[in-house]
Write a protein that binds this ligand. Sequence first.
Ligand code: GDP
Length: 597
Amino acid sequence: QKREDVRNVAIIAHVDHGKTTLVDELLKQSGVFREGQNVAERVMDSNDIERERGITILSKNTAVMYKNTKINIVDTPGHADFGGEVERVLKMVNGVILVVDAFEGPMPQTKFVLRKALELKLPVIVCINKIDRPEARPDEVVDEVLELFLELDADDAQLDCPFVYASAKSGIASMDSAESGASMEPLFETIINYIPAPEGDPEAGTQVLVSTIDYNEYVGRIGIGKVDNGIIKVNQEVVICNHHAPDKQVKVKVSKLYEFDGLNKVEVKEAGIGSIVAISGITDIHIGDTLCSPDAVLPIPFQKISEPTIAMQFMVNDSPLAGLEGKYVTSRHIRDRLFRELNTDVSLRVEETDTTECFKVSGRGELHLSVLIETMRREGYEFAVSKAEVLYRTDESGKRTEPMELAYIDVPNEFSGAVIEKLGQRKGELRNMGSISGGTYTRLEFSIPARGLIGYRGEFLTDTKGNGIMNTIFDGYAPYKGDIQYRRQGSLIAFEAGEAITYGLFNAQERGTLFIGPGEKVYAGMVVGQTGRSEDIEVNVCKKKQLTNTRSSGADDALRLVPPRILSMEQALDFIDTDELLEITPTHLRIRKKILD
Ligand code: GDP
């Protein structure tokens, strides 16, 4: 049976193509913004870091009413797949809206999400947005989208998709690129007519697959999912079929049930097939669980969450730099915060280690962990991190395998040589190369061991003078590709402050803040490193005596510091990029190395 009064759609867009504006406008025109509420309030993408990094990590739900139909809009995580999240989100919907800037055209970052949507045979509505831009070139962009569909193996029905031309900013849409339209109605109508209504058996036992977990300090864990069959009611008993532990079936009572309404969750007494619901009050609820009627326990098959591929140690920073300590500094603080993160992030692992000061955190790629680090630092947590290390596995025949990534790179033509050379040294294999943006940019596609990318982002930005775009997607495990041998150079700067000496290799990837205070000695020199692994040197805080042995990160690294010199402040400045300087006074420099991911 079909649920004609509901439509479930996911929205896919490259950052800045107008997804938030569009959803805001749909809300506004469906009357959700009541008097006094700020129309410009951002609905999706509320996380600053997501915005800065040009990605969306958490999927969020919004619902709008159009005539008598409820449209649930689910946000999709931008380009990265943090452990199957994209797929889980797409399983809740019957179609997607692809938002594309009428000038920029489709961007590679959305390719992965789009590919998943096409593989799942979901119909796609293409919304060419920003049609009001003077440089808009909608007809060409349509061709580019169709080319992309062909490249991603869209089927005939998908290729026959509707195109809606919109100016989300002005709140108008049209089915014709030459006409501007009067409201968002054409988009609403296309959603209703083109996206199939959800289907299920209302008479069958309850089946709700939990697709995401939300967490709230007051109510705890909140499971979000779609009602696939039957109905779910408050006070009803359900069995939670845990996909991690198929034998473990816990019976619980549904105490609170919500549906989405505009930007909010509202409590409801019951929900039927096709509804996207949130359930609170069940502590033991996990992604992938199916809530079933006790008399018909039928778990819905679940896409396994992909395992972490990379790990880092998070540790108490025992020599925080003067004046820069965070609010939360103890191992207890860090531990609690990390374990709290597990409530909503299923692809993360946190383990305690031999020392209480240190935790091993594993995730899906360097970007995944660096987003967490940055979030925590902004919240006021002070901690140090080790370098990322990839997690190797052993295949059936006992051979070592390692995580691989696909890297999609767009660079101005003049930099492509440098990128190809660097990634080649890091065991990257060039799969595809083409010309884009009227021949001024080169698009490169590499298959590369994940360890080859560790620390590469910073170099990439330097090598392309900030004009390159790189996106990476996990591509499974493959036999170990052998040691990476390459040379790297950079200027080294170190300073002495009390017992501790902090140093970092500049012009290389490195994180944290260097604080050079009164009376502190500044050293600098060249580092020439030959590494057996794909590793970099990063800011470390070490005891004074360790400086005499030049430090390196991997056991098989051979690093030389040639020769360390004590510099004046002015000389030290030569080693620092001006945009990294936070403060210069006669007695100190404060330097913030950007996290270049
Ligand atoms: P998101 O990152 O995809 O959520 O994009 P936003 O909705 O935040 O929009 C990014 C920028 O594009 C903002 O400055 C918007 O004001 C602008 N924008 C959004 N829609 C339109 C549009 O239809 N026309 C024009 N000219 N600008 C738009």
